[in-house]
Design a protein around this ligand. Structure first.
Ligand SMILES: C[S@@+](CC[C@H](N)C(=O)[O-])C[C@H]1O[C@@H](n2cnc3c(N)ncnc32)[C@H](O)[C@@H]1O
Length: 265
């Protein structure tokens, strides 16, 4: 398995909390991936009690409560303002429970959920053993898990460009399909299936890409990141290295998305 990712949990909470007003305008990829995840959800049977982990501003939560089979959704997020935004958007729908909690310690009853769903949130969790153990306990024996997360090729262009400028980790690391498989097997999940898709997004400039990452709350959350302000000259070196690969007037960023389904038993 790759090295364990050391994520600064407080930074995760703060970054997403401060992105609550800009998130919806910028989260085009997250919505695209969320809709793809819902296509997989349609293939699952008998899901009444569903948990949405890392609900953000509630895009997936809304999709879930629109499903005829779903009678109750728990919308859970580590950032209080995200939970609040979902609550306001869904007009405190009485089929949704709102919880501000960490996915590594979900405060839900044992065997209470038919399905746990998560769209592009689990990459911000450090301890996936704790996450999947908790999910396994919360799921009913016939329950299922469905999530999307980023894979290691995500933002590879930005990572390479920074490597030309200094020796710090500026881009979060992401677990591979092999790592995820191992975590899920350890937690006792069965019928694990994974599919990887590459999405390419275009930006007019590196600055536009970095503004988007900041605006959706996706800062560098690595505990070992450079905490000093990056110098102007290092930033310029990184930007020049990235922009050497301009195509049709823009720069491209890779997002590797891993879609996972698994059964509790
Ligand atoms: C990129 S957003 C995705 C939001 C939503 N699922 C969507 O599809 O738009 C990631 C969300 O995960 C939440 N998050 C990150 N780490 C978490 C953790 N350990 N426990 C619960 N939520 C977490 C963040 O606060 C953020 O709202």
């Amino acid at each position: 398995m790759s090295a364990v990712l050391l994520i600064d949990k407080n930074k995760v909470r703060r970054s997403f909390a401060s992105a609550v007003d800009s998130y919806d305008e910028l989260a085009t990829l997250q919505r695209k991936v969320g809709l793809q995840l819902m296509r997989q959800f349609f293939l699952q049977n008998g899901c009444e009690q569903v948990v949405d982990i890392g609900c953000g501003t509630g895009f997936l939560t809304q999709q879930l409560i629109d499903q005829a089979s779903v009678s109750q959704v728990v919308a859970l997020d580590i950032a209080w303002s995200m939970v609040q935004r979902t609550r306001v958007k869904l007009e405190a729908s009485d089929s949704v429970y709102y919880i501000c909690a960490d996915a590594e310690r979900i405060p839900l009853k044992k065997q209470s959920a038919d399905m746990i769903v998560s769209n592009l949130a689990l990459q911000w969790c450090q301890n996936l053993t704790a996450v999947f153990d908790g999910f396994k306990k919360t799921l009913k024996p016939a329950g299922g898990l469905l999530f999307s997360t980023f894979g290691p090729a995500t933002l590879q262009e930005l990572r390479l460009a920074w490597a030309k400028a200094d020796d710090y980790d500026h881009v979060n690391g992401f677990y591979s399909t092999d790592d995820l498989q191992e975590f899920l097997v350890q937690a006792g999940f069965k019928n694990i299936m994974m599919e990887t898709k590459i999405y390419q997004s275009s930006y007019q400039s590196v600055v536009e890409l970095m503004r988007e990452l900041k605006g959706i709350g996706a800062h560098n959350m690595l505990a070992g990141r450079n905490r000093r302000v990056t110098s102007k000259s290092n930033m310029q070196t990184m930007i020049s290295a990235y922009e050497k690969d301009r195509v049709n007037g823009g720069i491209s960023a890779t997002y590797e998305i891993i879609f996972v389904t698994a059964r509790a038993e």
